[in-house]
Ligand binder design. Structure first.
Ligand code: BGC
Length: 266
């Protein structure tokens, strides 16, 4: 696919809000790489909206120019965070875009973390130029998913919460579950097999991209998986969230007076 005009030029700033760290960098949108060293601050505990917004504002202040995109590990509808599986429950119903705009003094585009990673892989990484249905699954504290068709994102799919064998899939098959239960790679791969088979049956994807920090060790578990769909590790690894958030912010209508930036008109 041709890169869109917005991604073939310029810079934007991306900030990735995670359960343990908040990371940011300016992104060169032509190459999808960092234009300066990444900054990382620990996520405040508890991770309330106010406390997190302060850290985001401090990081964003280092690069005051250009569109600002921020990822969040939950459903984000028109800038409002509507779920909170692995973060402070106070985020449910928070106008995250409005809060971050007030705190940073600039319009902010807020996007689900897996959606940002999926867009980054589709523009610059493992799913570049791939047509058809692509699922990007990020395996971390939870399981995030991005669903794309011909490079176009269907946002907020939340397929990490698919019920598999009577359980919310991410409670058994996330990387955190592997850690928590001290599973061998092979035993964890059995759970991934159950999960990805369910995904495959429901979505019939043409490509499955595995993201999240553990995708660096994909040789330990990918060989145990037996799926019809081709499975590949993500290419952007820990830069994907920042890069995707920046790319989406550059394409969003971030005029301060629009609903896109604030979640509410005016
Ligand atoms: C959340 C998703 C998020 C994923 C990865 C899940 O628990 O519901 O919104 O994308 O974790 O952080």
């Amino acid at each position: 696919m041709e890169p869109s005009p917005a991604t073939s030029r310029g810079r934007a700033v991306g900030i990735d809000i995670g359960g343990s760290g908040i990371k940011g960098a300016p992104v060169d949108l032509g190459s999808g790489t960092f234009a300066a060293d990444r900054v990382r601050e620990p996520t405040p505990q508890p991770s309330t909206p106010d406390a997190v917004a302060d850290v985001v504002a401090a990081i964003a202040g280092r690069w005051p120019d250009g569109p600002l995109g921020v990822t969040f590990p939950a459903v984000v509808k028109d800038g409002v965070t509507t779920t909170a599986a692995n973060v402070d429950k106070a985020w449910i119903g928070t106008d995250a875009a409005g809060l971050l705009r007030a705190r940073t003094g600039r319009p902010v585009h807020v996007v689900n973390d897996a959606d940002a990673a999926g867009v980054a892989e589709a523009r610059y990484g493992a799913a570049k130029d791939v047509r058809g249905v692509v699922v990007v699954a990020t395996l971390g504290t939870g399981i995030g998913t991005a669903l794309l068709h011909d490079g176009v994102l269907v946002p907020n799919t939340e397929l990490g919460h698919l019920e598999v064998d009577g359980h919310d899939a991410e409670t058994r098959a996330s990387d955190a579950a592997r850690d928590r239960e001290d599973l061998s790679w092979k035993d964890w791969a059995k759970r991934l097999q159950r999960y990805f088979s369910a995904l495959e049956a429901l979505l019939q994807p043409d490509l499955l991209v595995i993201g999240g920090g553990v995708s660096k060790k994909s040789e330990k578990f990918l060989p145990h998986l037996d799926l019809r769909v081709p499975v590949v590790p993500a290419q952007l690894l820990n830069t994907a969230g920042i890069v995707g958030a920046a790319a989406l912010a550059a394409e969003a209508d971030l005029d301060p007076g629009t609903a896109d930036a604030t979640g509410s008109p005016g």
